[in-house]
Write a protein that binds this ligand. Structure first.
Ligand code: PLP
Length: 420
């Protein structure tokens, strides 16, 4: 690895760790649904001199001198985000997806206000009201979930809870939900009780950008996202909103929720939005979904149960109970052979969040490396073989070699690390 030359000279211990992680990413089969590989311009921008400048506020209204140049970047980033998602206003300052959500809550809520959000154990995110998170500590979140039969979002439950609790905000969006969300339906419920409507599209932002999934932007007052996951870019967040909330959102972001901006990351997001407008990106996004659907089909054929019957996006939740396995068991065995997934609770899971009855699998990262449906068939078969031989290390060692051979055919950043 020829990059990080000066790190290698000055801090060999740290360099070795990065090198080791590089090797892991290079050959591993990465199926964690939130992971992706950022293109090299994004890595370059994240490591650029833009990290040196301090800014607070928004372009044209700063608290430090010398912001004229950097303002051009932030304006460009905001404009690109607006164009990409057909939004009225954008703020690309949030340091992460969690911060993006905090910025919206800070815009329109007071501590103690009531909010409806999808519960973590049916697919929502920590920032949608979990008790261990700032959202659940500062606001009165009422959880909604899935219909037990269909394992689809229970819109009737949202309506019932909205009428009962009269929330100030309804939050939609998820970390582990594989089906399309009916934004119009939730918007209508929100408006019937005079609530704001926010969609957290952190996982599916790239699929929305590529118009592979419907956009929440026409319906939601606020849309939040990360630029990682399916957007496959910088490690950060952003918020889109209707023009009437622009001022509130900008003030809630700074000084409300954050201090100085991370300009190097914002530049990487700005690149990301341009890249996401290309045909290359759209093709990648279409392939992500084709790959996920193929993998779900193969796993079903092999006797696994896919929660809610399949997938419309980049991920699936796999119920392991038909195989008499837990999530923690299969996660460990797959990691042993070189396939990375995460254990995940399935809806109405009888197991704890430490053990779980399921795993979550995503196809974003391996699609970026160039995998197609035939590779998904192979991976599905391997997952099934691992499940059948969960503690047979002789068999697992043989599978490990196959996984390594497969991974080696799909290198990470070919040429990039040699070019420095
Ligand atoms: C739906 C959703 N929102 C927000 C986040 C938080 O993003 P971050 O990890 O950047 O804070 C995640 C991350 O997994 C997510 O899945």
């Amino acid at each position: 690895m020829k990059t990080l030359k000066s790190v290698k000279e000055k801090d060999i211990e740290l360099y070795r760790i990065v090198e080791e992680e590089f090797a892991r990413q290079e050959v591993g089969i990465e199926m964690i649904a939130s992971e992706s590989y950022a293109p090299t311009p994004i890595l370059e921008l994240q490591g650029s001199i833009l990290t040196n400048k301090t800014t607070e506020g928004v372009p044209g209204k700063r608290y430090h001198a010398g912001c004229g140049v950097i303002d051009k970047m932030e304006v460009l980033g905001n404009e690109r985000a607006k164009t990409l998602f057909k939004a009225e206003h954008a703020n690309i300052q949030p340091h992460s997806g969690s911060n993006a959500n905090m910025c919206v809550y800070q815009s329109i809520l007071k501590p103690g206000d009531t909010v409806l959000g999808m519960s973590l154990d049916t697919g929502g995110h920590l920032t949608h009201g979990h008790k261990a998170n700032f959202s659940g500590r500062f606001f009165n979140f009422i959880p909604y979930g899935l219909n037990r039969e269909t394992e689809l979002i229970d819109y009737d439950e949202i309506e019932r809870l909205a009428n009962e609790h009269k929330p100030k905000l309804i939050v939609a969006g998820a970390s582990a939900y594989s089906r399309e969300i009916d934004y119009e339906k939730i918007y209508n419920i929100a408006k019937s009780v005079d609530a704001y409507f926010m969609v957290d599209m952190a996982h599916i932002g790239g699929l929305v950008a590529a118009e592979v999934l419907p956009s929440p932007v026409p319906h939601a007052d606020f849309v939040t996202s990360t630029t990682t996951k399916t957007l496959a870019g910088a490690r950060g967040g952003f918020v889109l909103c209707k023009e009437k909330f622009a001022n509130k959102l900008d003030k809630a972001t700074f000084p409300g929720a954050q201090g100085s901006a991370h300009l190097h990351i914002m530049a990487a997001k700005t690149y990301n939005f341009k890249h996401a407008m290309t045909e290359e990106f759209r093709e990648y996004a279409r392939q992500v979904v084709k790959n996920a659907q193929k993998l779900a089909e193969v796993l079903q054929e092999k006797g696994f149960r896919i929660v809610s019957g399949g997938t419309d996006n980049h991920l699936m939740l796999v119920d392991l109970r038909p195989k008499d396995l837990t999530g923690v068991q299969l996660e460990k065995a797959l990691e042993y052979v070189g396939i990375t997934v995460n254990k995940n609770m399935i809806p109405f899971d009888p197991e704890t969040s430490v053990t779980t009855s399921g795993i979550r699998i995503g196809t974003t990262a391996m699609t970026i490396k160039g995998m197609k449906e035939t590779n998904m068939e192979e991976i599905g078969n391997i997952i099934a073989e691992v499940a059948e031989n969960i503690e047979d290390y002789k068999v697992l060692d043989k599978i490990k070699i196959r996984v390594c051979d497969l991974g080696a055919k799909f290198p990470l950043y070919p040429g990039y690390f040699e070019s420095f």
